[in-house]
Design a protein around this ligand. Structure first.
Ligand code: CA
Length: 440
């Protein structure tokens, strides 16, 4: 199977929009993207509602619904986009997501009949603020980068970095959804118990090894009933879309608390998502073959399908940048810490969905998976400071001469993501950006 089966007119790279900013080279939000967010005008008393990005504008979907120019499934979908959270729209399923995407694409295309009416629904992105796109009921964090798992494992077990289950089980744990916030939400350095390897007793205080994790977030659309697993063949029908995800981590708290039940307070103080959900449909041109090394265990049947082999992987570039307080004061631009790609993930999105539900666990609209830190095969592709600084033993030097092992107060971490391939329109994820504030 090739990805042409998943493509339709909305992916046509020749399409351009009457919203001129959408046609600018390297724009994250060309007409082929059409991602969803929850927004309102900055500092206004307006109600939050759903919007779709086009160029440097947001299409206000509530205003569009009230115009009553769409028909059938697209108008039914719009009705669900009038509320602050997208859960009801996400639970409608692929038929409605696609109908709305197709109607938006037609109306935003150069020469569209509805141009004047649609133009009245546009709000400049510079004038809006975002909220979480949906209520995230449950959040599960996976661990799908074998490169991250190996390099982190080496720090604890040099001779045996990967635990024996890694190549069989898409490892995950249940995280805390209440502390997930949208880009721009700064947070205080957490406090907690830590214990230095040489100390006889733990101590209490602000985290000293604060880190980021470069992940992608995967949003579930329509869920499944308790007791009714989702097969790998149907898994992608349940995936609404993806965002960028920074899973902030307190390594010193983690090191002391994580055994035997896994991370707890080292992860639940803050996590940050990018405002825009790029739909799984928009990502179709960037699907790629997924392989498993012949020397490795092959997936069990419930984690195996031809479509997953042919198209399970996703060519999604990921980038992490830092802006320190000193850089901000000097008016310097953020600098890159690393770049990686989601195509290097050991497990696919479909495998995560199939595995999560194989025991009968029910997923619900708005549930989010973290992919786990996406580190690539090369050291410079590491998705965390833990790896870049070799657990704090090798400080990295920034262009302005500052050094970092872990993050300091005033540091902002910015993550970007984009898909690019010849013969397709480049689409971007926007960014996720948050700054660390001093502990109380
Ligand atoms: Ca994580």
């Amino acid at each position: 199977m090739s990805n042409t089966n998943l493509l339709n007119e909305t992916h046509n790279p020749a399409l351009s929009s009457w919203v001129k900013s959408a046609n600018v080279e390297n724009c994250d939000f060309p007409i082929q993207n059409l991602p969803f967010a929850s927004f309102k005008r900055k500092h206004s008393e307006e109600a939050l509602r759903a919007g779709v990005a086009i160029g440097d504008q947001v299409v206000d979907l509530k205003a569009l619904y009230e115009l009553n120019i769409f028909e059938g499934d697209a108008q039914l979908a719009l009705e669900k986009c009038c509320s602050a959270q997208l859960n009801d729209f996400m639970s409608m399923g692929k038929r409605f997501w696609s109908a709305l995407r197709q109607a938006l694409s037609l109306s935003l295309t150069q020469g569209a009949a509805h141009e004047a009416k649609l133009a009245s629904c546009l709000v400049a992105q510079t004038d809006v603020e975002y909220a979480l796109p949906c209520q995230i009921g449950d959040y599960t964090d996976f661990y799908t980068s074998i490169h991250h798992a190996t390099s982190v494992g080496k720090k604890f077990r040099p001779d045996n970095p990967l635990l024996p289950n890694y190549k069989w089980v898409p490892i995950g744990y249940h995280g805390r959804s209440s502390s997930i916030e949208v880009s721009g939400s700064d947070f205080k350095r957490p406090k907690g118990q830590t214990k230095a390897p040489t100390a006889t007793e733990p101590s209490f205080g602000p985290c000293k090894r604060l880190d980021y994790e470069m992940e992608v977030g995967i949003f579930i659309g329509n869920g499944n009933d308790l007791g009714a697993p989702i097969s790998i063949e149907n898994a992608e029908d349940h995936v609404f879309g993806m965002c960028l995800f920074n899973d902030w981590s307190a390594r010193d708290i983690q090191g002391w608390e994580y055994q035997p039940l896994g991370p707890f307070l080292s992860k639940s103080f803050a996590s940050t998502v990018s405002p825009w959900i790029v739909t799984f449909e928009a990502l179709a041109p960037f699907r790629a073959a997924w392989t498993r090394d012949e020397a490795d265990p092959q997936p069990m049947p419930y984690l195996e399908s031809q479509q997953n082999r042919d198209l399970g992987s996703l060519d999604l570039n990921l980038q992490v940048l830092i802006e320190t307080q000193a850089m901000r004061k000097a008016g310097e631009k953020p600098v890159q810490l690393s770049q990686s790609n989601f195509k290097d993930s050991y497990w696919t999105v479909a495998q995560m969905v199939a595995h999560h539900t194989v025991n009968g666990c029910n997923l619900r609209a708005g549930d989010m998976f973290g992919s786990g830190t996406q580190s690539g095969p090369n050291p410079e592709e590491a998705g965390s400071m833990l790896e870049l600084s070799n657990a704090g033993s090798e400080p990295i030097t920034l262009p302005n001469g500052e050094t970092r092992t872990f993050l300091e107060d005033g540091d902002a971490i910015i993550m970007k993501g984009w898909c690019k391939k010849s013969g397709s329109a480049r689409i971007g994820f926007g960014e996720v950006n948050a700054t660390i504030l001093a502990a109380d």
